[in-house]
Structure formats: structure tokens, C-alpha cells
Design a protein around this ligand. Structure first.
Ligand code: GLU
Length: 468
């Protein structure tokens, strides 16, 4: 028996820059497809001509590639220019299916004005009823339709929802779902201006493209019975759906600008590493027994849609920072160097690059931290922090006179510090803190022997003299 190839998809509308919330949806679809050796498909939902911009598609593709989320099927022209995987280029296919629904008597033109629909909605809501279309145009005669068309009216196209049907499906995340068709009014699948409803185009394209699984935000859960009715009316294949819970901030409200900057571009500019974002997001609303830092491939192997949670996923910045540290420690020197950026490159001499990276890597999370250390080592603008000042004061003048004279003679740091200890009678924290404080202005930081290599004896002597 041949097992069907798993095909998942991400269907963003290019009306803005991609953020943590939608990229997590993309990621889960990548992980699910790759777990089964299947295809992940990227399809651009650019049916809203006014709001869709090629530059947002280009940016999205760049952001996804940066994160390591690549697609087996989708646009390959990175300019963002519309092609085969853009819905704006697939209108003829939607038309075929409108026609097919028409032939089967499953749709009808609706001439109700926006104003009438707004009043209807208001009246229903104030009577405590769920708002839905009242079927005003459901039974217009052919001649009534023709007259209205002749008057130049532009109808929308409504799907005729069957009465008394139960629509059931098994959601990959939420389990059994039941909807009654009687709660769903006849709905619009094409607007008066000819633009298709997004849930129509997505249902059609999922079927045409052989999509087997759709993981998406639970804000789309109520679209699913509509999409299933459409697919069943057209005898097209139904994908399995899984609705993932939204990401919320610590106040329980959906993650938004109010909680911080979660645009992928902004996070990249702040210095987050792609592997940190990927490791964090794959665990945000999905349980992994394995807490180790993983590649996208490893995350895919251990992904299981059964481990997707139903409860809202709480965004936790400390978790993101944890994965940032992990990602940094896993990164090679070249990656770290590029990540540190121009400002650091300008300060660190070429022959100290390797030493600098080794020294600071365990002590930083962001490029700005790296810049702090570059300034400490390679400029004279060292800032002495309060606890460093205390350690220096406590050690006293004589301590630093001794330290300066030892560093002037002894190049090997271990031997030098031993000698300072012997001569001053200090050991442990009493010995290391003041030395560290004088050399860096801080009481914590890189290994002392790495510090010494970076500073060199002239600077160490000068800094001890300065505080002595
Ligand atoms: N563009 C829609 C969204 O990003 C896609 C809906 C769907 O996944 O079916 O929410």
C-alpha cells in the first residue's frame, strides 16, 4: 500500500511584515511536513489587491529563509512578484469552481446592499440572535435576477447552506468538532466587486494542490465547516485541519505591539538568532520531551501534532532569552562574528578576533553586550560599575601597586595572580574581584586568563595604576 505524501502549507496574506504569531504557524507546518518526509508549501494569499504588496511577499520570503524555514513548493522568485503560487494569478481556477457550484445549484447571486445587511445584523444582535443572512435573495426568479443585472447591480455570490446538516470533523488539535448547518447563514464566496472570499480560495487551492494537513490559528476554526461544505459540494478532497491556540502575553491578551516588538525583522535587528526563535517557537504551544537545543530537522523528527496544546500559548521572554543563549553557544565563530556587527568589528583588532569571541561568547546575549565588552577591552572609555568600585576601594592602594608591578614583569596570568596573592595575602574573591574590577570595571565577565590575553600586559599595568 502506498502511503500518501504529506503536504502542509502556509498561506499568509502579504499585507504587512511577518511576526512571531504567524511565523509559528509556518514553523509548525514545516515541522509536520518534514517529520513525514513530505512537502511544505508556501502560497501567497494576495487576493486583496489593494492591501497586498510585493515587497511584503519578498520580505516574508527573506524572513522565512533567514529562519531556515524553506519550502519544497512555492514561489522561487525572491522579488515577491506574483507567480504560480500567488492566488492573484489563480483567478481562472476560482472561476471554474464558481461555475461548477452554479451548475450544481449550490450558489445564488445576492443583491442585498451593505446597508441592508448592516441593519439586519444589528436587528438580530439586539434580539439576542446570532447574526446571519436571512435568505432574502435565495429564491429570486431568473427574470428578477436578470432585471437587477440589467440595472447594473453587482451581486455577490452566496453559497446555499444545506438545511439540517451536521458538519463534523476531527481536528488534529481539538478533537471531534460538530457544527450545525442551521447555525450558519448562506455565506458570500465572491464579493460584488468580483474578489473571492479568502476561505473559498484557500479551500479550493488546498484541494487542487493536494494539501493533506492544514495547521492554522484557531481564529479560523469557524471557517472550517464552511470550507468543508464547499469541498463536499464540489466533491473535492478535504485536508485534515488542526487549529492551534493563539499566542498570548503575560496579561492573557493576544500578543500584540503592546507587549513588545515581535516582528521577525525587528527581532533580527535586535540581535535574536534564527535558531533561538525557532527553538523557542517550536515549544510555544507544542510540548517536546527533549529540552536540548535542536536544528529544524531535529525539531521536525520529534514533532507530533498530538503534542500541540489547546490552551493559549503564553509568551515568555525569559524562555526566548534562554534559547538565545543556547543558540549563541552553538554558533560557530564566523556566525558570531557576523552577528556581532560593524561596531564591534571596528573596535576589535583582527589578530584578537578569535580570543575576543571565545572570551565574550558565554557572557553575552545580544550584539550590544558584545560591543560593551569590545569597549572595555579596546577603548579607554571603561565605565566602572558600583560593585567594582567597592571591590577596588576595599582592596586599597597598595594592592594595586603590587598588582601593577607584578603584571609589568610576569606575562603568564596564572603565575602573576598567584604572585599577587602571595604578596598581598589575599585569596579567592578578595583577590580576583579587585583585579577584575580594575581591569574591566565589572566584577563579572569572561575568564580572567582570556581577559589577560585580550588586554595585554601594558594595559593591565596601566589600569592597575589608574585605580591604585
Ligand atoms: N491568510 C490566512 C491567515 O494567515 C490563511 C488562512 C488559512 O490558513 O486558511 O490567517
Amino acid at each position: 500500500m502506498s502511503v500518501e505524501k504529506v503536504i502542509t502549507r502556509f498561506a499568509p496574506s502579504p499585507t504587512g511584515f511577518v511576526h512571531l504569531g504567524n511565523i509559528r504557524t509556518a514553523l509548525f507546518n514545516v515541522l509536520l511536513a518534514h517529520k513525514h518526509g513530505g512537502d511544505f508549501l508556501l502560497r501567497i494569499e494576495d487576493t486583496d489587491a489593494e492591501r497586498s504588496k510585493d515587497e511584503f511577499t519578498a520580505a516574508l520570503m527573506q524572513d522565512m529563509r533567514w529562519l531556515g524555514l524553506t519550502w519544497e513548493q512555492g514561489p522561487d522568485d525572491d522579488s515577491g512578484k506574483p507567480g504560480a503560487y500567488h492566488q492573484s494569478q489563480r483567478q481562472h481556477l476560482y472561476q471554474t469552481h464558481y461555475d461548477s457550484l452554479q451548475k450544481r445549484g449550490k450558489v445564488y447571486p445576492c443583491f442585498c446592499s451593505a446597508q441592508r445587511l448592516a441593519i439586519l445584523r444589528k436587528t438580530q444582535l439586539s434580539a439576542g440572535q446570532p447574526p446571519r443572512y436571512d435568505g432574502m435573495c435565495a429564491h429570486l426568479s431568473q427574470s428578477e435576477v436578470e432585471t437587477k443585472l440589467a440595472e447594473g447591480q453587482k451581486p455577490s455570490l452566496r453559497f446555499r447552506v444545506p438545511q439540517g446538516e451536521e458538519i463534523t470533523f476531527t481536528d488534529l488539535v481539538r478533537g471531534e468538532q460538530h457544527f450545525s448547518s442551521d447555525d450558519i447563514g448562506d455565506f458570500i464566496i465572491r464579493r460584488g466587486d468580483g474578489t473571492p472570499a479568502f476561505f473559498f480560495t484557500n479551500a479550493i487551492d488546498d484541494a487542487l494542490m493536494g494539501v493533506t494537513h492544514v495547521l492554522r490559528g484557531d481564529d479560523h476554526l469557524t471557517n472550517t465547516p464552511r470550507q468543508l461544505m464547499l469541498l463536499r459540494a464540489l466533491a473535492m478532497r478535504e485536508p485534515e485541519y488542526g487549529h492551534i491556540s493563539l499566542i498570548v502575553g503575560n496579561d492573557g491578551a493576544p500578543l500584540s505591539k503592546r507587549h513588545g516588538s515581535f516582528g521577525i525583522r525587528e527581532m533580527r535587528e535586535q540581535g535574536y538568532l534564527p535558531a533561538a526563535i525557532v527553538n523557542y517557537l517550536s515549544r510555544l504551544g507544542h510540548y517536546y520531551a527533549d529540552n536540548s537545543f535542536m536544528s529544524v530537522d531535529q525539531l521536525a523528527k520529534q514533532f507530533d501534532s498530538k503534542n500541540l496544546g489547546r490552551a493559549p500559548a503564553h509568551f515568555d521572554i525569559t524562555q526566548l532569552q534562554h534559547w538565545q543563549k543556547e543558540a549563541l553557544s552553538a554558533a560557530d565563530d564566523d556566525t558570531v562574528w557576523q552577528w556581532l556587527g560593524k561596531a564591534v568589528h571596528q573596535q576589535v583588532p583582527a589578530d584578537k578576533k578569535g580570543n575576543f569571541i571565545r572570551a565574550v561568547k558565554p557572557n553575552i546575549s545580544m550584539p550590544a553586550d558584545g560591543l560593551d565588552w569590545a569597549t572595555v577591552f579596546f577603548s579607554d572609555q571603561m565605565i566602572v560599575e558600583d560593585d567594582a568600585k567597592n571591590a577596588i576601594d576595599k582592596a586599597g592602594k597598595e594592592f594595586f601597586e603590587i598588582a601593577a608591578s607584578v603584571f609589568a614583569k610576569e606575562a603568564d596570568f596564572k603565575t602573576a595572580i598567584k604572585s599577587i596573592g602571595k604578596q598581598t595575602g589575599k585569596k579567592g574573591k578578595q583577590l580576583f574581584w579587585p583585579v577584575r574590577a580594575a581591569l574591566t570595571g565589572k566584577v563579572h565577565g569572561p575568564e580572567m586568563s582570556d581577559l589577560a590575553l585580550l588586554l595585554g600586559s601594558d594595559k593591565m599595568v596601566a589600569r592597575c595604576k589608574r585605580v591604585g
